[in-house]
Design a protein around this ligand. Structure first.
Ligand code: ADP
Length: 293
């Protein structure tokens, strides 16, 4: 099983001819609302990729919380341990103009109340094959979850997104770090994403390279580039979430990491073929079809 401890947000996306300037009101085009947040997206990605998946997180007592929960459950994610806290759910207010330029306001809402782990949450992490965390919930909770996983022999994966200051000792609890180039630069402070300096901090690293695929390296001297699958790109939103969720599933199934990364590349490629964010996350059959090519 895979346990994801992370964020859930409702994404409110308004399209407009131009982005409103401070003090300005703009009459917009279409509006869409969809579940988002890296935690929720990666939990859905893992469930669709075929793993028994539990989401640990906090939603608000508002209507968004109800639909976030329903969407997770409908994707096959266990929501038994999801907390409901009084007040607003996490919300991302996203404005996109006709040139594709955007302005985004993320209001963490209930995600901010996920400040510790309960006994049942700790037990779920301990019983899992793989724990997957991101950085959109309070960092002390990320640290506590990774520690609980490490202590129980659960494989721990940190997708270090978005870039934040890391509490001391956090990376010591990570078995596998997943970063894109921006996040790699953020952690190492180097101008070029440098896998060898990341390996001084964690035993295994996956660096995602967008249409360039990904790179896997570990402390035993493995350092391989795993090429992307060539597909027609419709929308790259959520490719990283599709990739990371599928990687957790594949590693939990016992594949060796270079093969798990190839399988995750197939998930990322299957995702970019479709328009949308969480709605573009691929099912196992779509991942397998590309992987077999
Ligand atoms: P993020 O969105 O987190 O920056 P990336 O853009 O690196 O993540 O994408 C994650 C993974 O999705 C890549 O490693 C790759 O396997 C796959 N992917 C992303 N963009 C493409 C693309 N244009 N063609 C094929 N695969 C892609």
């Amino acid at each position: 099983t895979v346990v994801v401890a992370g964020s859930a947000n409702m994404d409110l996306v308004g399209l407009a001819p131009s982005l409103p300037r401070p003090g300005e009101t703009v009459l917009g085009d279409d509006f869409v609302m969809m579940p988002g947040g890296k935690g929720s997206n990666q939990a859905i990605a893992a469930a669709l990729a075929g793993a028994a998946t539990t989401f640990l997180g906090a939603i608000g007592s508002d209507a968004f919380g109800v639909s976030l929960n329903a969407r997770l459950a409908a994707s096959g994610v266990s929501v038994d341990l999801v907390r409901t806290s009084y007040g607003s759910s996490g919300v991302a207010v996203i404005m996109v103009d006709r040139a594709g330029e955007n302005s985004i306001l993320v209001s963490p809402g209930a995600n901010r109340t996920f400040t510790d782990l309960t006994g049942p949450e700790t037990a779920a992490i301990a019983a899992a094959d793989v724990l997957l965390c991101q950085q959109e919930i309070p960092m002390p909770t990320v640290l506590a979850a990774l520690r609980a996983g490490r202590a129980a022999g659960t494989r721990t994966i940190l997708n270090a997104a978005p870039v934040r200051d890391l509490p001391p000792g956090l990376l010591d609890e990570v078995d596998l770090l997943v970063v894109n180039e921006t996040e790699a630069r953020g952690i190492t402070g180097r101008a070029e994403p440098d896998v060898q300096s990341l390996l001084e901090l964690v035993p295994r690293v996956v660096l995602t390279l967008g249409g360039g695929g990904s790179r896997f390296a570990d402390r035993d001297g493995t350092d391989v580039h795993v090429p992307a699958f060539v597909v027609d790109v419709a929308d790259t939103t959520a490719a990283g979430d599709a990739f990371t969720g599928a990687l957790a599933v594949a590693w939990g199934e016992g594949r060796d990491l270079p093969d798990a990364v190839r399988w995750a590349n197939a998930a990322g490629a299957a995702c970019v073929r479709r328009v949308g964010a969480s709605s573009a996350l691929p099912e196992r059959a779509a991942i397998e079809a590309l992987y077999q090519e």
